[in-house]
Design a protein around this ligand. Structure first.
Ligand code: AMP
Ligand code: GLY
Length: 423
């Protein structure tokens, strides 16, 4: 089989590494991939949002299966376009991807199907939003309706902060048309859990749970980022909470989507918060999370391609999906200054003696004259698995010390909170 994986991050690298364990795959292309991915797949210079070019490439290169990974191409209809020319894919069609593409859709959907989430109001008019915010309880959460590079959520502590957010999103349009409408919602308190799941729209198999660390610096300080590290499994997510989530959130979601004529096939990501009133949905993503995928897939024992084909052919209930009982930790090494401005082009040095039982997934690297350089904010994800979370964390950090480039930084406390809970 020839496979194309659309996307360019650490998540895509983890997917490609996992797919490579399947011996029946002849060739894997990455569209566009990155410097590190080029050692595992053939990188083709086609952007993840360039749907006509993706379709043309798949047709001309006898691609048997396409894994569409990032939110943008999914929301823009890449899977629909590939299906139109008869190419099977892993990923939801546009109608189902709206669960991430429009926060207003997701909130109205949850309300209609009684899925627990923060209470909310929708506004398409800035003046009306500001009037509402005058008497809203603080902190309050303001979200742009559409995709916003993961930056469309503002937690406002005061009316002044809320006013600034509404003005930037709705009037200055910092996220373009994604900010034509906003959701203002209740601030929820509790531990956060990420649960990725495989679903063919009828059956749903949750993957091992994980915990992201979104803030840039230790002790959850600094700006929100795409994620500075992850651990799996998440010790706050107990068996009984998992059972409750299946009944009150996961199954109602896929059944509701099917009832709406938006059958979801692919990886459905549940961003959950464990409140004192039970688990609630903070967000849905229509794709694998990053860096969650970098800890979840190394623990997957079942062949990934077999699962992806079962999802596409709607036979997920016919296979067994198994995870190992080990734990995993991923520490992201980022460019100095991220998530704000940072410099790229510094050569990355890998210590030759590096421990071979950790894996380094590449997120933002580029090959220049045979040397790997940093080319993005999040650069590398150092992942280790071990029998205990404590050992996985230790192993990941032992390996982090073997990688260096100018101005690089990482959080030193990935997994600390999870470890305290597990003990
Ligand atoms: P998102 O960009 O949707 O992943 O949201 C970013 C982060 O904002 C989440 O991981 C939460 O930490 C936080 N957040 C979003 N919605 C809420 C909410 N209703 N209450 C509390 N925190 C929230
Ligand atoms: N790590 C969060 C996300 O992928 O959206």
């Amino acid at each position: 089989m020839n496979i194309a994986v659309v996307g360019a991050g650490g998540r895509e690298h983890a997917i490609i590494r996992k797919l490579k364990e399947n011996q029946t795959i002849e060739k894997i292309y990455a569209l566009p991939g990155n410097g590190g991915i080029s050692f595992d797949a053939e990188c083709v210079d086609i952007g993840a949002k360039d749907i006509p070019a993706i379709v043309k490439f798949a047709k001309e290169n006898e691609i048997d299966f396409v894994v569409v990974t990032p939110d943008d191409p999914l929301v823009l209809g890449a899977v629909d376009a590939l299906h139109e020319i008869g190419i099977p894919c892993f990923g939801p069609e546009k109608a189902a991807a709206a669960i991430e593409g429009s926060k207003v859709f997701a909130k109205d959907f949850m309300k209609k199907y009684n899925i627990p989430t923060a209470s909310y109001a929708v506004f398409s008019d800035a003046a009306a939003a500001l009037e509402y915010l005058k008497t809203a309880p603080y902190p309050t959460v303001i979200k742009a309706d559409g995709l916003a590079l993961g930056k469309g959520v503002v937690i406002a502590e005061t009316f002044t902060q809320a006013e600034f957010a509404v003005q930037s999103i709705m009037e200055d349009k910092i996220f373009g048309e994604s900010g034509s409408r906003i959701v203002i919602e209740e601030f929820l308190v509790g531990e956060e859990v990420s649960v990725l799941s495989f679903t063919d729209g009828k059956a749903l198999v949750p993957m091992i749970s994980s915990m992201d660390h979104k803030r840039a610096h230790d002790n959850d300080e600094g700006k929100n980022t795409g994620g500075m590290g992850t651990i799996a499994p998440n010790p706050f997510y107990t068996q009984s909470i998992a059972q409750e989530c299946m009944e009150t959130i996961f199954l109602p979601t896929i059944r509701g989507m099917a009832a709406e004529g938006r059958r979801f096939k692919g990886c459905l990501y549940f961003g959950l918060i464990l409140t004192k009133d039970g688990p609630k949905v903070i967000e849905y993503n229509c794709r694998f999370g990053d860096p969650e995928t970098q800890v979840v897939l190394p623990l997957l024992k079942t062949d990934l391609l077999t699962i992806m084909l079962a999802v596409e052919s709607e036979t997920l209930d016919k296979i067994r999906v198994e995870f190992s009982n080990d734990s995993a930790c991923c520490v992201i090494i980022a460019s100095g200054g991220y998530p704000e401005s940072y410099k790229t082009g510094y050569e990355i040095h890998f210590n030759a003696d590096k421990d071979s039982d950790a894996v380094i997934y590449h997120a933002g690297t580029k090959l220049v004259d045979g040397h790997l350089v940093n080319a993005g904010g999040r650069v590398l994800g150092v992942t280790a698995t071990a029998d205990t979370l404590e050992n996985a964390i230790k192993k990941a950090y032992d390996n982090v010390k073997n990688v260096y480039f100018t101005d690089s930084f990482y959080r030193a406390d990935i997994g600390k909170k999870a470890l305290a809970c597990a003990k």
